[in-house]
Each structure stands twice: as C-alpha cells, then as structure tokens.
Write a new protein. Structure first.
Length: 622
C-alpha cells in the first residue's frame, strides 16, 4: 500500500482533498459559501490539472491546438466559471487517475514482453589458460569455450562441446518441452541448462546472438503501426477540431431557435460535450491491443516484425510453402548408393562428400554423414551452380554433384532418362564428364505438418501449394500426403519468385513460408513472408515478416488465431468507445447528462477498453 501511495502520491493527495471539499460542500450545507471549500478545490485542480493545462498551452506553438489536453482545459475552466467546482475538478482528477492506470497497463504489457525475451545474462564463465574466469559476455571471443552450470542461462550462442545436455528454451521459442542437444549441435543464448554442467564453444558475438536479434525485432515491431492504428491517428486529427466547433455550435446555435435561450445552460452542455468527446480511450487502447497481439505471439514462439502484419495474417488466403525444413524435418539420411561404370560405392560417396565438405545444406550434410568424415580429398576450383549443385576438382578428377538439371547442363546422360521408382531425392554424381552413379536421400514430414494444414483450412486459407527445388515425383508425394492444392518441383529460386509474382496483386493476400537463403527473395516479395527461425538462414530471417522460432508449422495457424482475436478486440474497443461517446454526447446536447456521466464516458470507457485489450495476452491459443 505504501509503495502504491508513493508512486501515485499526487493523484492520491488530490483525491483526499477533493473528497474533503465535496463533503464540506454537500454534507454540511455550505452551498453558497464557496470561500470554505473553493480553496480546497483550487489546490486539488492545481495538483492534477496544472500538467494538463500547461501541456495544452505548450502544444499550441507546435500546431496542436485542438488536442485532448485543450479539450479538458476548456471544459474544466468553463465548469469553474459556471460555479460547477466539484464537477470541474472531478473531470481532471479522474482523467489523471485513468491516465495513470492506462500507462500502468501499457508498461506492464511492454514489460511482460521484455521479460519474456530479454534473458541474456550479464556474466559468462570462460575457460582461459587452464582456468576459468567470470567476464561480461561481450568480452568473450568467438571460438572460446564457456561453462554453464545447471539452472544457469546460456550467455552466448554456441556449439555444445559436452556429449549431451537438455535446455529449457521456453523464453525463446514458447515451447515448454526441454530441448535435447548432442555434441556439435547449436545452443542459443537465453536457454537454461537443465541437468548437469556443460561446455559450449561460442559461435556468435554478444550483439549477434539469436536472443539479441529477437529483442531487436520486437523493439522494431512495436514501432510499426497497423492500418487501423494509422486510421485512428488520422481520425483523431480531424475528429478533435470538429468536436470543438460542434461545441461552439451547441453554445450559440440554439439562440436562433430557442425562445428562452440561457447562455450558461448551453455552455454547460457544450463543456460536457467536450469532455465526453476526448478520444483518449481509442488513442490508448488500440495501440495497446496491437502490442498485446505482438506479445501474445512472442509468448508462443512467433516473432512479428510489426503490428501491420497482424492485419495481413488475418487476411491471408493464399499460402505457398517451401518443402525442405518447412513441411519436412530437413534431417536427410542416405537411403541408397548406386554406382555406375565400375566405380566402387565407397569411392562414389567419398567424391561426393569431398565436394560437400563446406556445405550447410541438409542434403550435403547427409552425404557427409554417410562418408563419416573419412577419406575426404582436397577440392580445387569448386563452383556452386545455383539451384543445381556443385562442381570442382577432387583428387585430380573433375567431379559434379547435383540434381538432374545439373547433369543436363553438363550434357551428361542419366541411365533410363532419369526415371526412377521411388519418391526420394536423387543426387547424381559425374566424374570426368561421365555418369558415375546416384545417391538417394529421403526426408520425412514434420510431426505437425498435417495438423497445421488442417487448421489453416479451418481458418479460411483457401489455397495452399508447394514450391520446391526437389524433383516433381518427390514433391507430388509430399503434396498428396498433406492434401495440398498444388505442388511444383524442379524450381530455381528465380522460378519461385516468378511464380509468386503471377498471383500477387490479384486482390489476394499471399504468404510464403521458407527457411533457406535461397528463399530470401521470395519471402521478401510475398505480402506476408514467414520463416522457420530455428534452422532458417540469417538472410531469410532478416527479410521475413514473421519468424517461427520453434520451426513448428502449427505456429502459423496460431499466429492467424492471434491476429483474428486482436482484430476482434480492437474493433470491440472502437465500437464500444464510439458508441458510448456518441450516446452521452447526444444526451449532453439535450441537457440530459452531467459532468459525472461525461467522466464515465471518457475515463471509464478508456479503462474498460484497456482492460479488454489486455485479454489478448491472457488468452490461450491453439
């Protein structure tokens, strides 16, 4: 209680003075003896009204004459002039209390998001010269090894050196299930070590961790306004001066039509009208609603780069997917190695793996895993053929590894015209311009892919299709399992881009979901670009509008669910605030409302709208 009074000491003191003055005026029959209670009202007004009146005056040179501060100042000073002291003070007092409560709600909403993601500790235990020392994470170099005890947060991104460990990543991904990791696998800053001490080799600097990027994204997101927010801002600029001139009309226009015109009566009605008309309920609650949507998404492992994308997600009706790492796990394994022209199976794998030594692509990693790191040769003159594969000199031989298109480009004939029975990915190998064999690699669907597609159908995403660089047989097989509307395989990055171009601008909101660096152009071009942030490349994460931290496809329908609920709450607030205000303004004009009703229509409506907006972060989503 003492901390509350300390924080809100001015409004609290003003409230006590107001209560005493009101009791004296109306409880002890001092009406007409204003000298008894007027000083108390005056002091109370100075406490809560001075910042508002001064703010109104300071806004005039800036061109903001008809702001809400000016409306409140005119209305309350006018009430004092008419002898309505209690009502004039009450407007300022309850407006100030309402503003404090609203700012508290906004602060809590912002703080909950910052608390959710700002998990980076300020100390790291680093191994140096055979000992350990405590330093700030920014002082740790890439390549150094840090130690993290059970219950501690990981200070920097890195690779696990310890054989295996489990980490709580809920603050980053929204996923409560502990994440198991083995030696060599990636660990993110902000994760909490679960069971035993671990050693981690640092791979990213302090400013470049995934956690730092998340925090940056959410900060940027809070600055980007949705169309509804922009509309309300523009609306307020037109609405407020219109209200002032209507109030002037309420004062003077009746003189032309009313037989017994009393200036003081119509002035009082106009002052009530001004108080009711203050747009603060809309101006505060609508941005808070959108910020609540961003916060709810963050809690669920979804990062939105702006509140405008909440509106875009809600309207999404066409969605294209990449295959590998998006619909499928992206954890490939070699199924079969088939050599041709007398080459041995192990030699074929070693040649292909040698070219893939620097590869970060899941297919390249699968071939490297099959070779088990043994017998790899030095590569010279290596070239990447975008969307097709790799070429280079391996142990004095000219080797090419890639898809069917690469073989055609090199005029190398694939036996059987490249027709095979299984819906696997076929990696072809050529040595010295002769076909040497193929390696089949398979992937599997993510556990939640089917569920996600079904949920998206229920959310009125009308068309869903796959765009993939994999061969058509594999793409058709995956599309059939997921019951997608269409699937196109054998596409280069520019083919995906051009395909998306054909449907954009056709009164449809088009989204694209991908994960790799080759998806960056098409993610950028889509109305809504979504990326699997856990395994996605930095380029695609940078260009995306929505980042799915958990790599779970089912988070996409969750993001749409959040967008729909945010939209519902925002428009509930708009309808409620405008409805009550219009009603009380009408009653004020007819002389059927007092300043007390005006206080409710302004402050009360604003607080109810704010409370409604807070529901967005409290709701559970699918």
């Amino acid at each position: 209680m003492s901390s509350f009074l300390k924080k809100y000491k001015k409004p609290a003191a003003a409230f006590v003075l107001f209560a005493v003055a009101w009791v004296i005026e109306f409880g002890f029959s001092f009406a007409g003896k204003a000298y008894v209670y007027l000083p108390l009202y005056g002091i109370c007004y100075l406490i809560v009204g001075e910042p508002i009146v001064v703010g109104a005056i300071k806004a005039i040179p800036k061109g903001t004459i008809f702001g809400e501060f000016m409306l409140m100042s005119i209305a309350t000073i006018g009430a004092f002039a008419l002898g309505k002291y209690a009502e004039g003070v009450a407007v300022m007092l309850f407006y100030t209390i309402g503003e404090e409560l609203q700012h508290g709600a906004v602060h809590r909403a912002r703080h909950s998001i910052k608390e959710l993601i700002d998990q980076q500790p300020d100390q790291a235990t680093v191994e140096r010269d055979g000992a350990t020392e405590q330093v700030h994470p920014s002082k740790v170099d890439i390549g150094e090894v840090i130690q993290v005890k059970p219950g501690e947060k990981v200070p920097l991104d890195g690779e696990l050196v310890t054989d295996e460990a489990a980490f709580n990543t809920a603050a980053l991904t929204g996923e409560s299930k502990p994440m198991s990791r083995k030696s060599g696998e990636e660990i993110w800053a902000g994760s909490i070590n679960q069971d035993s001490p671990v050693r981690i080799r640092v791979t990213q600097g302090y400013q470049d961790t995934k956690l730092a990027n998340i925090l940056s994204l959410v900060r940027e997101a809070s600055k980007r306004k949705a169309p509804t927010q922009r509309f309300i801002s523009k609306f307020a600029k037109v609405y407020t001066p219109t209200i002032v001139w209507l109030a002037v009309a309420i004062v003077f226009a009746p003189w032309l039509f009313v037989s017994h015109y009393v200036f003081q009566d119509w002035l009082y009605r106009a002052l009530i009208f001004l108080v009711v008309a203050c747009p603060c309920g809309l101006v505060i609650s609508i941005p808070l609603g959108y910020f609540g949507g961003i916060g709810a998404a963050s809690k669920n492992g979804i990062l939105l780069k702006g509140s405008d994308f909440l509106d875009q997600l809600r309207k999404l009706d066409t969605l294209y997917f990449d295959k590998t790492g998006t619909l499928t796990k992206g954890t490939f394994s070699v199924q079969e190695v088939t050599p041709f022209n007398g080459i041995e199976e192990s030699a074929l794998v070693r040649l292909a793996a040698s070219l893939e030594q620097q590869s970060t692509h899941p297919i390249g990693k699968a071939i490297l895993n099959r070779a088990n790191g043994s017998g790899l040769a030095k590569v010279e003159d290596q070239q990447e053929v975008p969307g097709k594969g790799l070429r280079g000199q391996v142990a004095g031989k000219q080797v090419a590894v890639g898809n069917e298109q690469l073989m055609k480009q090199l005029n190398i004939t694939i036996p059987g015209n490249g027709t095979f029975d299984h819906p696997h990915t076929y990696i072809h190998v050529a040595v010295d311009d002769e076909y040497a064999g193929y390696i089949t690699i398979s992937d599997e669907l993510k556990e939640d892919s089917k569920k996600a597609i079904k949920l998206l159908r229920n959310l009125d995403v009308k068309k869903m299709a796959m765009l993939s660089g994999d061969k058509q047989e594999v793409v058709d097989h995956i599309a059939s399992e997921l019951e997608l509307d269409n699937a196109l395989g054998g596409l280069l990055p520019e083919d995906k881009y051009n395909r998306l171009e054909q449907v954009l601008g056709s009164n449809k909101t088009v989204g694209y979901v991908g994960d790799g660096v080759n998806d960056a152009p098409v993610i950028t071009r889509a109305d809504v670009g979504l990326v699997m942030g856990g395994i996605g490349s930095d380029a695609s994460i940078e260009t995306a509008d929505v980042v799915i931290q958990t790599d779970q496809l089912s988070k996409i329908p969750t993001s749409i669910d959040i967008a729909n609920f945010t939209h519902k709450i925002v428009w509930q607030n708009i309808a409620f605030a405008l409805g009550v205000k219009v009603l009380v303004m009408l009653l004020a004009t007819l002389g059927m409302a007092t300043m007390w009703e005006a206080v409710f229509a302004d402050v009360g409506v604003a607080l109810i709208a704010v409370a409604n907006a807070i529901r967005i972060q409290q709701k559970s989503y699918n």
